[in-house]
Design a protein around this ligand. Structure first.
Ligand SMILES: *Cc1c(COP(=O)(O)O)cnc(C)c1O
Length: 261
C-alpha cells in the first residue's frame, strides 16, 4: 500500500465530516421518533468507490461496507485482504450462478428473493463451512425495482427458509419508491414494518424478524421514523457516483446518485 500523502489525509477528513453529518441526521431522526440512535445501524454503501477511499473509510472506523454487485465486491475484498475485520454486505440482486462468489467472502446478504438463490447459497456455504446473515428483499413499491418479493408472498417464502441451515435469516429489506414526495415514499416503509410485525408471529423457529433495512441518503430520516434498524447510505457519505444507478438497478432511473435525475 502506498504511503499516506496529502490527498489521503484530505480524503479522511472529508469522509469524517460527511460521517459526522450523517450521524447528526440519524440522531435527530431518532430523537424525533423517540428512538435510541444505537438502535439504528449505518451501513455505508461503497459501490463505484475506489480502494483508496474505502481505506479512508476504514481509517475513520467503518467496519462494514455495502456493495450492490458481487464481482465488484469480491475484487475489493481481495484487494483489501489485509483488513480481515472489514465485513462485506451484499445489497443487490444475486444470480444463482454467482452464489459461489458470495459464499466465499460475504458476511451478510440483504437481497434474498428466490428459493433457487437460497438453495445455491446454502450449498456453497455448507461446502465452505460458512454461514451468512440474510435479509429477504421485499418489493414494497411495485415500480422502483423489479427485484424483491411481492409482500403477499413473503410469509410462504420465509416458511421454506429453515431448510437452508447456513442462512441466518434476520429480517427484511426494501428499496422505497424514488420520489421527492414523502406521501408516496412513506407507505413503502410502513408496508415493510407492518409485514415484519406480522411475520414475527408467523415465522418458523430459527427465523428472526428483527431487522428492517430501509432508507438511503435521500430518505433515511423517514425510514427511521417508520422503524428502520439499518439505513444504507452511499452518496451522503462518499459523494455522487460517476456511474448511473440504472447500471445497478435494471429498469430504473432517477435515484439520488443518478446524474440523469
Ligand atoms: C446504492 C444503494 C444504496 C445507497 O444509495 P444512496 O442514495 O447513494 O445512499 C442503498 N441501497 C441499495 C440497494 C443500493 O444499491
Amino acid at each position: 500500500m502506498a504511503g499516506r500523502d496529502v490527498s489521503d489525509v484530505d480524503a479522511v477528513a472529508h469522509l469524517r465530516a460527511n460521517l459526522d453529518a450523517i450521524r447528526a441526521r440519524i440522531d435527530a431522526a431518532c430523537r424525533g421518533a423517540g428512538r435510541e440512535p444505537a438502535e439504528v445501524r449505518l451501513l455505508p454503501v461503497s459501490k463505484t468507490v475506489d480502494e483508496a477511499r474505502l481505506r479512508a473509510a476504514y481509517a475513520i472506523g467503518l467496519r462494514e461496507l455495502g456493495e450492490n454487485k458481487v464481482q465488484e465486491a469480491m475484487g475489493k475484498w481481495e484487494a483489501m485482504a489485509d483488513l480481515p475485520d472489514l465485513r462485506w454486505v451484499l445489497i443487490g440482486h444475486l444470480q444463482t450462478n454467482k452464489a459461489k462468489y458470495a459464499a466465499r467472502f460475504a458476511g451478510e446478504f440483504q437481497a434474498l428473493d428466490s428459493l433457487r438463490v437460497a438453495e445455491a447459497l446454502d450449498r456453497q456455504l455448507q461446502a465452505r463451512g460458512r454461514a451468512l446473515d440474510v435479509l429477504v428483499q421485499v418489493n414494497t413499491s411495485n415500480e422502483a425495482s423489479k427485484f424483491g418479493l411481492p409482500p403477499d408472498e413473503v410469509e410462504a417464502f420465509v416458511k421454506q427458509l429453515p431448510a437452508f441451515s447456513s442462512l441466518r435469516v434476520r429480517g427484511l429489506m426494501t428499496l422505497a419508491l424514488f420520489s421527492e414526495d414523502e406521501a408516496r415514499v412513506r407507505p413503502c416503509f410502513v408496508r415493510l414494518r407492518e409485514l415484519r410485525d406480522r411475520l414475527r408471529q408467523a415465522a418458523p423457529d430459527g427465523i428472526a424478524m428483527d431487522e428492517l433495512s430501509m432508507g438511503m441518503s435521500g430518505d433515511f430520516e423517514l425510514a427511521i421514523a417508520e422503524g428502520a434498524t439499518t439505513v444504507r447510505v452511499g452518496t451522503a457519505l462518499f459523494g455522487m457516483r460517476g456511474t448511473p444507478d440504472s447500471d445497478y438497478w435494471p429498469g430504473f432511473a432517477g435515484g439520488a446518485g443518478d446524474p440523469a435525475r
